[in-house]
Write a new protein. Structure first.
Length: 330
């Protein structure tokens, strides 16, 4: 338990800080341009080091592991890594978050190696909006095709994450709800968050989750559903006609720090106890110097007192968050 009696249950591991998209709310081109220095190969945790980290977290109560990035499918040999992690006893739910650019090609291999499910990021149903947001001209159709391939490979239901930004893609809320209703896939609408220092976040850019649900409900009637497990980040709603469900992640307007059971490890092996943390602890240094990895994790978790979003919501102003989403992983 940490200082607020929160157990350690989920581990998110970023396997690369690189991405082939330049989403304006995450890795804007002006900052992550051609001259940007990403981590060098020897700075990244190796597959063996990642598996060792997973072992130690599982021994401390973690049963859900999510692989993220950067774009995790850019990491060479990702299928092999998935196989190594899924073989760790105690990993009950192994998932991965991806922009889906390489997913159609890799879904079969990922599923065969033990990946249970994927979450795919998609911010609109129309190319002009989606391409303006990913800023590399990537089309919606390729993401939709990858979702079908992933589902056919057995990774069902596919969760689809959409970040909603005021004045940019509010219309995507109803468009996406309409498109995915009845498909078995679950869209989760995420409030634009103030992670990192590069995305120019302002409270005015946030579309409150409640407003998103009202917009859907006006056209496609919804009712609230209780959460699947304590600490689930999405508030769930199902269609009254029984054709599936949607979720909203209201991390700005309704922070859920009180039930947060997540630890995050960056691609270079730094452990963070909050998405908005200003500092972390290098597990890579501990591993490479032959130190007591389990002991260090225990010590960090025992001292954990983060509740950034709750504090920010009482301030409503932006606070300084030095770690970028693309570095720590979403
Ligand atoms: N490249 C992968 C992808 O696109 O899903 C994984 C990494 S990405 C950082 C993980 C998730 O974080 C994505 O769903 C992305 O939309 C979300 N994200 C990034 N910046 C965000 C922000 N400022 N607010 C809310 N969500 C954000």
């Amino acid at each position: 338990m940490d200082l607020y009696d929160r157990p350690l249950r989920d581990l998110r591991i970023s396997v690369t800080d690189r991405c082939n998209f330049r989403c304006t709310y995450c890795m804007p081109k002006e900052v992550f341009g051609p001259g940007y220095e990403f981590l060098a190969r020897d700075q990244l945790l190796t597959f063996e080091e990642i598996v060792s980290v997973v072992h130690h977290f599982v021994a401390r109560g973690v049963n859900k592991v999510r692989i993220t990035g950067g774009e995790p499918l850019l990491r060479k040999g990702i299928e092999e890594l998935i196989g190594m992690i899924s073989a760790v006893e105690g990993v009950e739910d192994l998932t991965l978050t991806t922009n889906a650019s390489l997913l159609a090609r890799k879904a079969q291999g990922l599923a065969a190696n033990g990946l249970n499910r994927v979450t795919v990021s998609l911010d609109a149903m129309d190319d002009p909006t989606f391409q303006r947001m990913n800023d590399v001209g990537f089309p919606v159709s390729t993401v939709l095709q990858a979702i079908d391939v992933a589902a056919a490979a057995g990774m069902r239901p596919v969760k689809v994450n959409a970040v909603i930004k005021r004045g940019v893609n509010e219309h995507a809320v109803v468009d996406m709800a309409r498109h995915f209703k009845g498909t078995g896939h679950i869209v989760r609408f995420i409030e634009f968050m103030d992670v990192g220092n590069t995305n120019g976040w302002r409270m005015d850019d946030v579309v409150p989750a409640e407003e998103m649900i009202e917009a859907i409900n006006a056209e496609l009637p919804l009712e609230a559903v209780t959460s699947n497990y304590p600490g689930e980040v999405a508030n769930r709603f199902r269609y009254v006609d029984g054709e599936g469900e949607v979720g909203v992640i209201a991390s700005v307007t309704k922070p859920f720090c009180g039930t947060c059971t997540r630890a995050r490890v960056s691609a270079e092996g730094t452990l963070y106890t909050c998405l908005f943390a200003s500092g972390g602890t290098s597990l890579r240094d501990v591993i490479r110097s032959g130190g007591d990895l389990g002991g260090v994790i225990d010590e960090v978790w025992a001292k954990r007192d983060d509740r950034y979003s709750e504090i920010r919501s009482s301030n409503t102003a932006r606070m300084s968050v030095p770690v970028e989403m693309s570095y720590i992983g979403g």
